[in-house]
Design a protein around this ligand. Sequence first.
Ligand SMILES: *[C@@H]1O[C@H](CO)[C@@H](O)[C@H](O)[C@H]1NC(C)=O
Ligand SMILES: *[C@@H]1O[C@H](CO)[C@@H](O)[C@H](O)[C@H]1NC(C)=O
Ligand SMILES: *[C@@H]1O[C@H](CO)[C@@H](O)[C@H](O)[C@H]1NC(C)=O
Length: 315
Amino acid sequence: MLLYTPGRLLRATLALILVSPLVHGAKNVTNVTPTGTTRPYDPSPFNLIGTISACNETDTDGPLAGGTITVDGMVITVPKNLLVTLPSISVAWPELFDGETPSLPLLGSVSWEATVFGNIVQGQPIAGLIYITQESTQILQGFITEIDYTTGHFFVNNEIEAVLNDPLGQYGPVYTDYPLWTVDAQNPSVTSSTGFPLCIPRNSTDADCPLTNRPLDGDGFYLTTLHVTFGNPATVAPGEPDPRIMAPLVVGDYITFSGLKVPGGLLAVYSLSANLGIYTAAGTKPAYISPATATYAIQVADPTVEAGEVRFNPQ
Ligand SMILES: *[C@@H]1O[C@H](CO)[C@@H](O)[C@H](O)[C@H]1NC(C)=O
Ligand SMILES: *[C@@H]1O[C@H](CO)[C@@H](O)[C@H](O)[C@H]1NC(C)=O
Ligand SMILES: *[C@@H]1O[C@H](CO)[C@@H](O)[C@H](O)[C@H]1NC(C)=O
């Protein structure tokens, strides 16, 4: 009779493996305790991405004071003078607080995330760079189905009620409730996919956001599948599309956007790209560019050297 079926053979092999350490006199590992007092790498760099559970400030240290940020349970020291990068702007740590309360709308019920680079020094994580945003992976898409010119609120797919978070009113009606999470008023973050700045008209005759910058089709409807080159600004006649002025968003535009969920069910948008191909005339100014990615490097004299992030042990 055959004794070793495949299953028995496997069990026999496992038993041999389990038993063999004792056979060979392996050490009792539970008795091994660390010796010495020097940490192997101190300071040691870290780079983490996680959910903010709490943060506070050391309010006795002036407008550039530090504090702590707790990311997924890890308490990280925020040193004095550190600037925090938000989606469009950088701010000093105390600017993130209204009194003792962090200005992170809906903290606790939506995910606020931090990317932190720093060093662990004598066991204590200390931040060097901090990036904070709400739901960092949020990228929404849909058609604009309604625009309310009095409030500047617009609806996407009849479901999402959004507003440009625009405290300076650069791209439309002023909205000041959450200025930290603003659109970028200098490098436009409200654009066509070709980089042309876009806006929400403040009224039907808004000269800074004229409907004349949205060409019509033969039936008098705004073209929403636009691929158009505006004329040379030197020869643009009144009422013609003018590349020096923003183009309005209209109902029917297909947009990709990110924003902040704020109380009241509103999305305060800091970044918006509409599927519109608006180009400016070749060889004229202004010209708008829309970089998708940028890679930076440090130039060193020796062309064969590649400098990566390194773990540095000073001993
Ligand atoms: C292994 O260490 C534990 C904990 O100290 C001890 O209870 C046990 O007797 C040790 N076993 C052997 C084989 O030394
Ligand atoms: C800030 O939070 C940390 C971590 O929870 C805590 O140890 C510290 O005492 C707090 N500081 C202030 C000023 O509240
Ligand atoms: C329309 O909005 C612009 C920009 O805010 C303003 O200058 C203009 O007076 C407004 N026109 C009317 C009729 O309200």
